[in-house]
Ligand binder design. Structure first.
Ligand code: IPE
Ligand code: IPE
Ligand code: MG
Length: 260
């Protein structure tokens, strides 16, 4: 809770402290909660391609274009952090051709886009098990993370080979390896062992393509995130869809287990 409180209270400008944003006593501008960290389950690439009688990889390529578009919109909307689910630990179970295509596409996209992302002030982070990816991908990711580490315009967290359960397994292993005393384990300490250490929890999680499930995404971090599902397939997702999601968020009342 301390992390969450800091995240809200450290806000500049129009964000109210978390405890104030749920009262009716604040001026309207301070009551409106703001999406500072947006997370997206980018789903529906395959269906988008199939409907066009195209190979699934064409859907994934269209999905990359959608991400480029949405990143620009997120910057316009003053979103500070965008976390996107691009490849899950369960996606290894897909046919080899699709997995290979996704690996290549990830590598190519990092290589082709990183200079532009850097110029635009994007700070790239990778969330997931990097060591299970090929050496080429590991290097491209590490170089990009290093290159952009001082950028502050927006944080882009790419969840690739990410699984919420794997993340917790990795955290528990490291806690034990560090010989931590069980008495000192609390929520803040567990958070500090996750891939997202030092990052705020997402305010909102959007899932495209109509499914109503979490699919192992940010299980710990989304404990109090607002969920938003849209039937729009990810390659078709754009500014209007993003604004609709943000509008929905602005109409909600976050209670964090307390009375409204
Ligand atoms: C999401 O699109 C991208 C990945 C999971 C890699 P899908 O490939 O899951 O698309 P659908 O759900 O089959 O339409
Ligand atoms: C979730 O989508 C993973 C990503 C978007 C990367 P999936 O398509 O893999 O999820 P399920 O299989 O529908 O739950
Ligand atoms: Mg899917």
């Amino acid at each position: 809770m301390a992390r969450l409180q800091n995240y809200f209270t450290s806000a500049k400008g129009n964000s109210a402290p978390q405890s104030q944003s749920i009262t009716t006593e604040q001026p309207a501008s301070e009551q409106t909660p703001r999406v500072r960290h947006l997370a997206i389950i980018m789903d529906g690439n395959g269906r988008w391609a199939t409907r066009r009688h195209l190979p699934r990889l064409a859907g994934h390529k269209a999905g990359v274009n959608a991400l480029r578009r949405v990143l620009e919109c997120a910057i316009d909307e003053s979103i500070e952090m965008l976390s996107v689910y691009a490849f899950s630990t369960e996606n290894w179970g897909r046919p080899h051709t699709e997995v290979d295509g996704l690996m290549r596409l990830f590598w190519e996209t990092i290589r082709s886009d990183i200079e532009k992302l850097h110029r635009e002030g994007v700070r790239l982070r990778h969330l997931g098990r990097l060591k299970d990816l090929s050496p080429d991908i590991q290097k491209a990711v590490q170089d990009s993370v290093d290159l952009t580490q001082n950028n502050t315009r927006i944080g882009l967290n790419v969840c690739f080979n990410y699984g919420g359960r794997a993340e917790l397994v990795d955290a528990v292993r490291q806690i034990i390896a560090d010989g931590r005393n069980p008495e000192t384990i609390d929520e803040d300490m567990i958070s500090s062992y996750l891939y997202t250490r030092d990052l705020p929890d997402p305010d909102m999680v959007i899932r495209t393509a109509g499914e109503m499930r979490v699919s192992n995404f940010l299980l710990w971090q989304s404990a109090y995130s607002e969920y938003y599902a849209t039937p729009t397939l990810w390659p078709d997702f754009g500014k209007e869809d993003l604004c609709a999601a943000l509008d929905s968020f602005h109409r909600r009342q976050r209670r964090f287990g307390r009375l409204g």
